[in-house]
Design a protein around this ligand. Sequence first.
Ligand code: NIG
Ligand code: FE
Length: 424
Amino acid sequence: MHNRSGNRSLLIKHAAEIVTNTGTVAKKGADMNHLKKITDGAIMVKNGIIEWVGATADLPVGNEKNLEIIDASGCSVIPGFVDSHTHFVFGGYRPEEFFWRLSGTPYLEILERGGGILNTVEATQSMEYDAMVQTASKRLDAMLAMGVTTVEGKSGYGLDLDTELRQIKAMGELNNNHAVDVVPTFMGAHAVPPEYRGREDDYVAFIVEKVLPAVVGQGIAEFCDVFCEKGVFSVEQTRKILQAAGALGLKSKIHADEIVSFGGAELAAELAAVSADHLLQASDKGIADMAARGVVATVLPITAFCLREQYARARTIIDSGGAVALATDYNPGSCFSHSIPMLIALAAIQLRLSPAEILTALTLNGAAAVGRADRIGSLERGKQADIIMLKYPSHLFLSYHVGMDIVDKVIKKGQVVVDKADLT
Ligand code: NIG
Ligand code: FE
């Protein structure tokens, strides 16, 4: 863990390019393709906040004390990535399941048999708090090394009161003590625990009456998410949980239309959720409704790849005026990967997003998907200095150097927290 408060000044200069969105809300439709580009660029940071961005030649003259200077010649400089959908706090692993799926057993059938998510639930319930924090902290280290400066993480591997609260508390501690900013989401409605089988509405009542108030009382969680899927939680049950969560001050997300077209996207629009995620089977109406209500469509192509499902229609969503965010969905089941290079490769080659759309989806729109586009997601005056320097002079290399990690340095709140300059 390395959380250093940004109390010094940092100057990055002579960047081959600085490429960023501008603004404090998600970019939609054709606007996702518009980036601001500064050649031979410079960024001045003070107390962890960006103070000035422009051409090196136009740098205001000052006499800063304690000024750290980085020469970014040959490097493209972009905002830190926001991984806006993960399940990174978990116990145990499920390698067998990966191969069962490849031999033809469907994801939902494994869950139906009491495996899948429920397997991880058992392992997480028996995990002590310290072990939970330590393992999750190492995962954040690895994510940070790939340029991820903000991570959303979900509970939902507890399903009982104590473990759900423990997962959220662990994320709160990591947010305080790790360089990566962590946005905690309560996802008690991730699966129906075995003891509630056949009494699903009782579990929903338990979530609404017991768990949600305790979670909100902890004061850590910012979002509530529900796995709205055939055989898991119905549209009605999802609505009930998210309305209750909303009344207690949590913002909404939905795991929507992942395996079956189920009305999750429509519900996200109805509830004005901040995001709906997965969307592999989202209907035309669901896509249109979401665009009209400004719900961010969070697309998770590594999961579709692992499940060998068809990809979400990210191109259609953007072309119909919607806002797309890209995230990994890092979890021990459907997608045991937090690989940003792989995410970018799939977005470029399978989803057919442009380099500018990909950058927008991983930065400003990711920030919007976690309700933080006012603070992070772009390189402009007043935003948190979460910055990536690439090993190449253009952001085009993110897609072009397929599946490769080309991050050279990661700067978090104005401090260099990852430096790979000497590695090839
Ligand atoms: O987003 N779909 C539901 N939840 C996760 C998977 C969780 C798991 O398999 O452990 C997802 O894919
Ligand atoms: Fe997920």
